[in-house]
Design a protein around this ligand. Structure first.
Ligand SMILES: Cc1cc2nc3c(=O)[nH]c(=O)nc-3n(C[C@H](O)[C@H](O)[C@H](O)COP(=O)(O)OP(=O)(O)OC[C@H]3O[C@@H](n4cnc5c(N)ncnc54)[C@H](O)[C@@H]3O)c2cc1C
Length: 261
């Protein structure tokens, strides 16, 4: 007989859950194993009975993500991806790919946030200072280096899976976006504090370029959280790319059920 699991839980910050037909769900299936070992990865049908999606409004005014409540949701074993207990491995592969898709997407030169900030710069010559000019050029060089590194990584992904280098890419993308959008607000002064549209909308895609500088500044704050925080990505780069000593992890061999929470 086919097995079916019953899932109860709540998940915050689920991007575009209001549009999704399928979601990924990593469930703790064996609490007697250490925390990374007792997980299994499933695909959850968002139209299944017991799945409830509530919008979460974020600092920009929009609700890109949602709270998702699962009450007695039945997930058949056929919707398991990978072996039981291998959920962390599958999730790591998902996250590496997500980091390439966030930090390494194909953008033409001078487009995206960099293009928008450069346009603001060109449209406001009276506000130029040598210091801002210097910072903008440094950020332009970093963004260009990131764009070329992303191109290389995408070519490698075409032949397999991305590795931990995806974390470096996403880390530099988040830092660059936050520095560029901060510089744009400084350049605009008081004008930069005018917010264009505070309407609560539920989005299907990000729009970093046509919205105001204030929107870009606020939305870029999430870049160092989504897809893995910058602190965690620095740990990954240090340990798995640069081979530096690993962080002490006292809980890694203890059964999840015995950890204090
Ligand atoms: C716009 C946006 C969209 C998102 N979409 C999704 C989504 O679709 N699906 C989804 O699952 N999540 C989504 N998230 C959530 C996001 O991926 C997580 O919140 C994020 O990865 C951090 O995990 P956490 O909240 O569990 O933080 P925690 O793990 O609780 O960490 C809290 C803080 O402690 C720091 N920290 C934790 N451990 C360490 C350590 N070992 N060393 C140094 N610092 C540490 C973290 O950097 C962080 O600042 C989204 C978030 C945003 C902003």
């Amino acid at each position: 007989m086919a097995r079916t699991g019953i899932v109860n839980g709540q998940k915050v910050w689920t991007s575009v859950a209001h549009l999704a037909q399928l979601a990924i769900l990593v469930a703790r299936t064996d609490p007697s194993r250490p925390k990374h070992a007792g997980l299994t990865y499933f695909i959850c049908d968002m139209s299944a009975p017991g799945v409830e999606v509530r919008p979460l409004r974020q600092i920009t005014g929009q609700a890109e993500f949602n709270e998702v409540f699962l009450t007695d949701v039945r997930i058949p074993d056929a919707q398991r991806l990978g072996d039981e207990g291998q959920g962390w491995r599958v999730a790591t592969t998902t996250l590496n790919n997500e980091r390439v898709s966030i930090g390494g997407r194909a953008v033409p030169r001078d487009s995206g946030i960099l293009g928008a900030v450069a346009r603001t710069w060109r449209e406001n010559p009276a506000k130029h200072t040598p210091e801002l000019h210097d910072r903008l050029l440094r950020l332009w060089v970093e963004a260009e280096a990131g764009r070329l590194a992303a191109m290389k990584l995408r070519q490698r992904v075409a032949g397999g899976q991305p590795g931990p280098e995806s974390s470096a890419l996403k880390l530099s993308y988040a830092r660059g976006n936050q520095q560029l959008t901060g510089l744009e607000l400084e350049l605009l002064g008081e004008d930069g504090l005018r917010y264009d549209d505070w309407t609560m909308t539920q989005l299907d895609r990000l729009d970093f370029t046509t919205r105001s500088a204030g929107y870009r500044f606020l939305r870029a704050k999430g870049n160092s959280i989504e897809g893995g925080t910058s602190e965690i990505l620095r740990n990954i780069v240090a340990e798995r790319v640069l081979g530096l000593p690993v962080e002490p992890r006292a809980d890694k061999d203890i059964a999840w059920k015995d950890l204090s929470r």
